[in-house]
Design a protein around this ligand. Structure first.
Ligand code: NAP
Ligand code: 8YV
Length: 324
């Protein structure tokens, strides 16, 4: 199935490793900084594959007449129009599994930072306040005795749950379908989960169904000692409702790695003392990002060499038609 290597478009701030891997495999590459069709290079007409970090909307795919595959950097592909790709016979790939453990580590770190105020304690030391004023305050919150509700129990949710088991806390979860072979209590609704736990960890994809599903009612159900951690997508949480709940003591704290309008984070959120905020670093180690870059490149190579992608998204389970 190997034929002349087609040009691949590298789109957005994608890891240089993707381009290096493709060049080593003999693929010519062209670059574009955004998905704006007006800014595509002249070679766009012959591009058959895209490697993208960020958005790949329908208008981009429509502007690439020979496009066969969009290889997205990241497991969440909410910024890629997979519905349009499916209708157009274009395969979309993502990078599942290779980042599970890194993101789960980040989720646990964020949970502990939020509860135990560890970033604030370090700032206290660095500012010389330990020596001048004495120890940092005792954290009002602790992980001890908590029950954690996982909103999402897929690849990453399972890696988080396995870690939480070792921490000796209660675990319950909400997903649309019951996950076989796990001992934890399933809740058929998010509200039922929130009523039952005091700590909610969000690790669902950003979809129309999950959008703003963590709303005022869910936050209120967590209660006054409640803590929210979001490592999924910012769109899942109603940020205005969260800021209101944190400001009024409806819940006790929140740890957020993802936001509704990244990289813009509301000043009202930054100003709150009871939040721990990270700039979407769930998978952001050199090693894990390299594994993600390799999977992006491997998907493109497998598609053009062997006629099938390694990790297509469920909407586009296609094999490649013989090149015409
Ligand atoms: P996954 O294996 O597909 O798991 C998704 C889980 O969410 C499943 O348990 C699924 O169960 C559940 N789910 C999906 N839609 C739902 C809904 N409407 N209501 C309730 N549950 C729902 O995905 P993953 O690999 O674990 O990744 C999850 C997400 O994490 C990604 O899509 C991405 O957005 C985010 N992420 C963030 C970072 C970061 O840096 N912060 C890094 C990697 C990934 P059911 O299908 O049974 O409902
Ligand atoms: C990446 C992620 O940081 O894989 C995902 O879904 O959110 C992260 O691993 C992101 O895709 C690229 O910035």
């Amino acid at each position: 199935m190997t034929d002349a290597r087609p040009p691949i478009l590298l789109l957005g701030p994608i890891s240089p490793r993707v381009g290096e891997r493709l060049a080593a495999a003999g693929f010519p590459t062209v670059r574009a900084s955004t998905a704006d069709p007006a800014l595509l290079p002249a070679e766009a007409a012959s591009v058959r594959g895209v490697a993208v970090h960020g958005a790949a909307p329908a208008r981009l795919m429509q502007a690439l007449p020979q496009l066969e595959i969009v290889a997205s950097f990241g497991v969440g592909y909410d910024a890629v129009d997979a519905g349009h790709a499916a209708k157009s016979g274009i395969v979309v790939t993502h990078t599942p599994d290779v980042l599970n453990e890194e993101v789960a580590d980040t989720a646990i770190a964020l949970l502990l930072n939020t509860l135990r105020e560890l970033p604030q304690a370090e700032t206290w030391l660095r500012a010389g306040r330990w020596a001048k004023e004495g120890p940092y305050r005792l954290s009002p919150l602790t992980l001890r005795g908590r029950t954690v509700g996982l909103y999402g129990l897929g690849r990453i949710g399972m890696a988080i749950a396995r870690r939480l088991e070792a921490f000796g806390v209660g675990i319950e979860y909400h997903t649309r379908s019951v996950r076989a072979g796990v001992p934890w209590r399933h809740h058929p609704t998010l509200l039922s989960l929130a009523r039952s736990v005091d700590t909610l960890v969000v690790i669902v994809p950003g979809t129309a169904e999950t959008r703003h599903s963590v709303d005022a009612e869910v936050l209120e159900a967590l209660g006054a000692t409640g803590v929210l951690v979001n490592v999924g997508r910012g769109s899942t949480v109603d940020e205005a409702a969260l800021i209101d709940a944190l400001s009024r003591g409806v819940i006790a704290g929140a740890g957020l790695d993802v936001f509704d309008d990244e990289p813009r984070v509301p000043e009202a959120l930054i100003a709150l003392p009871n939040v721990s905020l990270l700039p979407h670093v769930g998978s952001a180690s050199v090693a894990t990002r390299a594994a993600m870059a390799d999977l992006v490149a491997d998907n493109l190579v497998a598609w053009f060499d062997r006629g099938h992608a390694l990790t297509p998204v469920p909407e586009t389970p296609f094999a490649r038609k013989a090149a015409g």
